[in-house]
Design a protein around this ligand. Structure first.
Ligand SMILES: C[C@](O)(CO)[C@H](O)COP(=O)(O)OP(=O)(O)OC[C@H]1O[C@@H](n2ccc(N)nc2=O)[C@H](O)[C@@H]1O
Ligand SMILES: Nc1ncnc2c1ncn2[C@@H]1O[C@H](COP(=O)(O)OP(=O)(O)OP(=O)(O)O)[C@@H](O)[C@H]1O
Length: 336
């Protein structure tokens, strides 16, 4: 059934756990346009990309809390839809707190990788308790791991009093993953290279106004699945099949080959009145751009009548990360 409450930050109304904590609402990302070069010429045997990133209002919430000096980090995961993260072993948290992820799994989490990268870069011990409340479907093409890593970088920058604009974090972010530099900012941006080279697009710019006029921005529906797709596998199928002309996302043909239900969801959304509908990133989730609540309801009804998605999430776009700390609430991304 539709998930009416999702798509809005869980922590919008809740206070911080304690004065020293920082909480970041991290939105998902999609690619309103994704052009993929046929050659793997970028770092890490990656395809060259040109993409239009957009922050989508489906959120993970990352909370960072300082721990006793020398005690190291802990990771706690919360949420109903943890995908393959749910397999991570859990043990009793320190002092009987919520179960934490065992170290062997925690080290693989993108938020922990971000903490360790920041700790190395600034020579500050990683004595931090990380709690992630997952609202972004996992392995969905929505950049959930990238969002959590970017949120962790933003939270540590605030916690550790690092001066300068958000862009000082981009070199660390791009080492961690292609979508992470964008996830630091949210909103709209053109990505080139393998996605890590960004040009921010202001919503009030000519391109921003054009996107809004063409119905890409505003009320959005995310069609989500329990199934995950491997980004590597999708790019591998892209190498074989290429893309379909007319798709906004060059990976769509490969994603639909691996997950046909997404194709049914796209067709149903368009026939129910969506202005645009496409696979998000490497999939399988589907983004439907809808002009108002009536069309949103019609699309959700068609999706659920035909079992085309496992759940649908209402969201707004474009949005960016929001940081909350004692005495501060701000758009987490501070530009030059
Ligand atoms: C699909 C997108 O989310 C669109 O924004 C990104 O391109 C994903 O980029 P990413 O996070 O770097 O993807 P990863 O999960 O690290 O990459 C897994 C594998 O996908 C392939 N890959 C990834 C990105 C890229 N530009 N070309 C590729 O061929 C590579 O084999 C890579 O080893
Ligand atoms: N904090 C995290 N949240 C989600 N997945 C994570 C996280 N840390 C590590 N992962 C791993 O990353 C893999 C991809 O998860 P993610 O949700 O980022 O996929 P995605 O949305 O398809 O990413 P992209 O759109 O960048 O391809 C998962 O299989 C998961 O095991």
């Amino acid at each position: 059934m539709p998930d009416p409450t999702a798509g809005f930050p869980a922590s919008t109304t809740t206070s911080l756990p304690d004065a020293a904590s920082v909480r970041i609402d991290c939105p998902a990302k999609t690619n309103m346009m994704l052009r993929v070069g046929r050659e793997r010429t970028e770092a890490g045997n990656r395809h060259r990309l040109e993409t239009l990133y957009c922050g989508i209002g489906v959120y993970d919430t990352v909370t960072l809390r300082p721990r006793r000096p020398g005690s190291g980090y802990t990771l706690t995961l919360e949420g109903e839809h943890l995908g393959d993260l749910a397999e991570a072993g859990r043990g009793a948290g320190p002092g009987g707190a919520k179960p934490t992820v065992d170290p062997a799994h925690a080290i693989e989490n993108h938020a922990v990788r971000a903490l360790l990268a920041m700790s190395d870069a600034y020579a500050i011990p990683p004595d931090i308790a990380i709690t992630i409340s997952k609202g972004i479907p996992v392995g969905a093409g929505l950049g959930g791991g990238s969002a959590d890593a970017a949120g962790t970088l933003l939270g540590l920058k605030h916690m550790w009093g690092l001066a300068g604009p958000t862009s000082i974090l981009e070199p660390i972010a791009s080492q961690l993953g292609a979508d992470m530099p964008f996830c630091l900012h949210g909103g709209l941006a053109i990505g080139t290279g393998f996605g890590q080279r960004l040009r921010i697009v202001e919503e009030s710019s000519e391109l921003g106004n054009k996107l809004r006029a063409e119905g890409f921005l505003g009320e959005t529906l995310v069609g989500a699945y329990r199934t995950q797709l491997s980004t590597a596998e999708v790019y591998g199928v892209f190498d074989r099949l290429g893309s379909d002309p007319g798709d906004v996302n060059d990976l769509q043909r490969a994603a639909l080959q691996l997950h046909p239900r997404s194709g049914a969801a796209i067709a149903l959304a368009l026939s129910a009145g969506a202005t645009h509908a496409f696979v998000s990133g490497s999939g399988p989730s589907v983004i439907a751009c809808v002009k108002d609540g009536d069309v949103s309801a019609a699309v959700q009804e068609a999706w659920h009548r035909h079992g085309a998605v496992d759940r649908s999430i209402r969201a707004l776009s474009p949005v960016g990360p929001v940081l909350r700390a004692a005495g501060a609430i701000a758009n987490a991304s501070v530009r030059q």
